[in-house]
Design a protein around this ligand. Structure first.
Ligand code: SF4
Length: 329
């Protein structure tokens, strides 16, 4: 594999701006460039061309925590992890509603309820739908859901009864690596759920966790799968190893490897919202570099069992990078 020059980066950038789709091998070659700053600038320009200078903020509530029978190696909510986390069944209505209202009043325009577990039963779904209805009465925040491998009928209920507009289901990692990390379900089941959500008319948010031992080539594989699935909202999580999980000793990715990965995602998914999600704290010192290498959205506030950056910290990061916050209009 040869090293890509600035000239070649420029050619590929122009092709992306012209609406052309690059091939897997072209993006793989791009990953080897030594002209990293030029790669990041090109990704930044692609983001600016397709999405402007607006950064979207969203937030989540962990609406059911822990006791998951699945064995995802990164996850502290799995019964196979020894992590010290809170366990609860469906969250109290007032706590979930309050989260959504407070975050919305601070500039967040999308909020999701997220539940642990392979999926949710209908009894839990009824309670969650009731929470969504209460949020809608008090706020205009757009609603998202992340509830695992739910059925098509349940997805329809989320859309039609709860006014959810977007369903979240990460592919998590590359198809060629998934079985190294999870044995209790498959990436094909996730893809099936994604397609069901699309079929009932929901938008789909689907992303990845990088830094779980995969190669750069496998990260590109993830981006191409998301492109094939027509995903327009892509959370990029950077593994923040949690004590007690199977990946607790995973060495961290370097700053350059993270930013290069983001830039490559931007070349493959030029008009998608690339959303920085988990892993914000350990990357706090180079948030502005990620925002200038293709990122167009942030998952703000805390995550499921880990801490993120506050909404005010994120607003400051966005403003300092010369970007603006999406006000939902
Ligand atoms: S990622 Fe989801 S399905 Fe996997 S162990 Fe955690 S809660 Fe369960």
């Amino acid at each position: 594999m040869g090293f890509f020059t600035v000239f070649m980066i420029e050619i590929l950038k122009k092709r992306v701006l012209n609406g052309e789709e690059l091939t897997f091998n072209e993006v793989l070659e791009l990953s080897s460039t030594l002209d990293k700053e030029d790669l990041y600038s090109a990704a930044n320009l692609i983001r600016d061309f397709f999405l402007g200078d607006i950064i979207e903020l969203c937030s989540i509530t962990n609406a059911k925590s822990g006791n998951c029978l699945q064995d995802c190696k990164w996850c502290s909510q799995s019964v196979y992890s020894k992590s010290n986390i809170d366990y609860y069944e469906i969250i109290k209505d007032e706590d979930a509603v309050n989260d959504a209202i407070v975050n919305s009043s601070q500039g967040v325009n999308r909020h999701s309820l997220v539940t642990s577990g392979r999926s949710v039963d209908n009894n839990s779904l009824n309670k969650l739908i009731s929470i969504y209805k209460q949020i809608s009465k008090k706020s205009s925040v757009k609603l998202c859901a992340s509830m695992g491998l739910v059925t098509k009928a349940q997805l329809s209920r989320l859309k039609n009864e709860a006014n959810v507009s977007c369903y979240h289901c990460n592919i998590e990692t590359a198809p060629s690596y998934f079985s190294e990390l999870v044995s209790k379900h498959t990436i094909e089941e996730k893809i099936y759920t994604i397609k069901c959500a699309q079929e009932v008319g929901l938008k789909v948010c689907s992303g990845v966790i990088i830094g779980m031992g995969e190669t750069m080539s496998q990260r590109i594989e993830m981006a191409f799968l998301l492109r094939r699935l027509n995903i327009t909202s892509v959370p990029i999580n950077i593994l923040q190893p949690i004590k007690g999980t199977a990946l607790e000793n995973m060495p961290p990715l370097s700053e350059e490897e993270i930013i290069t990965s983001i830039a490559l995602f931007r070349f493959v998914l030029p008009s998608a919202n690339l959303r920085l999600a988990g892993g914000r704290v350990q990357t706090k010192n180079f948030q502005h570099r990620m925002l200038k290498a293709g990122i167009s959205a942030l998952l703000t506030g805390n995550y499921l069992t880990s801490t993120g950056l506050t909404i005010n910290e994120d607003i400051e990061i966005i403003t300092n990078a010369g970007l603006k916050i999406d006000n939902g209009n």
